[in-house]
Write a protein that binds this ligand. Structure first.
Ligand code: CLF
Ligand code: SF4
Length: 520
């Protein structure tokens, strides 16, 4: 058994893997731009762009299908689907479905009736909650009665909420008509391979029509059913997102082929997520020491697949009972006991009024970014760099360094500021004091960034960040992220051009594994 520590995992093979991925991309060129109906130019970008209006209407307030929306709109999951029909080597059945969740997190299971009450309770409390997803804790389509009963109740009582579903795809072809009948506009299928030989390394078995299949036969059945289900959904105009778990050494290079296969079948968005794997999760991969990718490896693969198809980079691998903006988790406010005791006042008009205010804020944010972008016109630099941002949402730099549970990462270039991911971290500020050990993990998590933008930061972490070569920036507190990042980048370029500073490349960063277990 080979067990890699996180640090060993981050260094061993990093460069070789990034190069391999880039080579796979080079080999792939020529077919990567021929995808048919999968072309979707801005489903994860800032505005409608050239998206048809009917598609834009479906994605604009969905926090997973629109990167820009995820700063403003929330989703919730209800854990009504406990059973599963396959086994993934990154899953421990004690916990939630790792295809749409983090290993090691357990959700409170609900009946469809409890779920419907919970949705109304959350919708009344969080007016920006626009999407209800069923994503586990097992597979929603291995529990079709519970899943569809939940949809039926919610469609009747809260018709303004979009319904969303995430599945491993094995049972999907049998349920496409029912899904379409409930007006479910968004379906996620987790597709980790299109080659059964690779699939056999990820899935020990699948259970279909009262029979258990193993090895390559199981993987072949799964991939055939997944791709068939994807085609059936896109033929009916249902937006499909494909989730893929990046497993270094097993399917990392192969995911370029997966991207091509799902794009050609009309998938709208591809979400390549890092494998989260630690021995304490009790999964096969955790116990065999299978490592997850580094931040640089993940980004290289996502960049390589970004052609005519959108890549999702803001997935938080949420739990099956997650509530709130992506990146925050308010599920503890809505436990079954609390919901049952709550007086629910579901008021559609006040929800709409709140969302209208959000739209005004969104428009102001995009306008500020556009205005700042003009200051970069005429800049000829090739420099591209990453910065991280502490935010509580709304697209603002509005979080204290010590209170941040995650940092959002933007890539800056003369083309502007582009969201490229996030890094979950341990809280630095514990009970009013800075925790040195946590600070080290924060620095490792954002080690590839040139600067970190915060609303406020204390003297000690400031000094440590500077010593690590990361500039703490607090001069843009409570301002819009992209506008501020572009302004900072312009000043950075001016300093480089005048010779005041020299531009240096940063190293790789670590994707946290352990911090995900207890995060709530
Ligand atoms: Fe939930 Fe998934 Fe619908 Fe979103 S989550 S069922 S599409 S409403 Fe979103 Fe969470 Fe990532 Fe899923 S951030 S794990 S992609
Ligand atoms: Fe676990 Fe989800 Fe895979 Fe089922 S589909 S084994 S619940 S990760």
């Amino acid at each position: 058994m080979q067990v890699l520590s996180q640090h060993e995992g981050a260094t061993a093979g990093t460069i070789a893997n990034v190069e391999d991925i880039m080579q796979a991309v080079a080999d792939h060129k020529g077919c990567g731009t021929t995808g048919g109906s999968g072309k979707a130019s801005c489903g994860s970008a800032a505005g409608q762009g050239d998206l048809p209006t009917e598609i834009w209407e479906k994605v604009k307030n969905h926090p997973c299908y629109s990167e820009e929306a995820h700063h403003h709109y929330a989703r919730m999951h209800v854990a009504v689907a406990p059973a599963c029909n396959i086994q993934c080597n990154y899953c421990n059945r004690k916990y939630d479905c790792a295809n749409e969740s983090r290993p090691g997190v357990v959700s409170e299971k609900l009946t469809p009736e409890q779920a419907a009450k919970k949705v109304l309770a959350v919708a009344s409390t969080i007016p920006q909650m626009t999407v209800l997803g069923v994503a586990g804790p097992g597979d929603p389509l291995a529990n079709p009665e519970k899943t569809f009963k939940t949809f039926e109740l919610i469609a009747r009582t809260a018709p303004d909420i979009k319904l969303c579903l995430s599945t491993n795809g094995l049972a999907l072809p049998d349920h496409v008509d029912t899904i379409a009948g409930f007006n479910v506009d968004h379906v996620t299928i987790t597709i980790n391979m299109v080659d059964p030989e690779i699939g056999a390394k990820i899935y020990p078995w699948v259970f279909w029509k009262h029979k258990r299949y193993t090895g390559v036969e199981a993987a072949k059945l799964l991939t055939d059913r997944q791709l068939q289900g994807l085609e059936m959904l896109t033929e009916r105009g249902i937006l499909c997102k494909v989730n893929s778990v990046m497993i270094p050494g097993i399917n990392d290079k192969h995911l370029v082929e997966v991207n091509k296969a799902v794009k050609s079948r009309g998938a709208f968005l591809h979400n390549i997520m890092p494998l989260i794997s630690a021995p304490e999760h009790g999964t096969v991969f955790g116990l065999t020491g299978q490592r997850g990718p580094t931040a640089q490896e993940l980004k290289a693969l996502q960049d390589s697949c970004e052609g005519e198809m959108n890549m999702m980079r803001h997935c938080r691998q949420c739990r099956a009972d997650a509530v709130g903006l992506l990146g925050e988790d308010r599920s503890a406010e809505f436990t079954t006991d609390k919901i049952m005791a709550m007086e629910v006042n579901y008021d559609l008009d006040s929800r709409k009024a709140y969302q209208a205010k959000v739209e005004v804020e969104r428009v102001a944010k995009v306008a500020a970014k556009q205005e700042e972008l003009e200051t970069l016109a005429g800049e000829m630099s090739d420099i591209k760099l990453l910065v991280s941002v502490a935010t509580k949402g709304s697209g603002l730099i509005n979080e204290h360094f010590g209170h941040a549970k995650e940092f959002q990462v933007y890539e800056l270039s003369t083309a502007g500021a582009k969201f490229v991911g996030h890094r979950r971290v341990d809280l630095y500020c514990q009970g009013g004091f800075g925790d040195e050990e946590s600070l080290e993990t924060v620095i490792r998590a954002i080690n590839d960034c040139h600067a970190v933008f915060v609303a406020k930061i204390g003297g000690c972490p400031k000094a440590d960040l500077l010593a690590a070569g990361i500039e703490p920036v607090d001069q843009f507190a409570h301002e819009f992220i992209e506008k501020s990042a572009i302004a900072w980048f312009k000043a950075y370029l001016d300093k480089v051009n005048s010779g005041e500073i020299e531009h240096v490349e940063r190293g790789d960063a670590e994707i946290r594994q352990g911090a995900l277990i207890s995060a709530a």
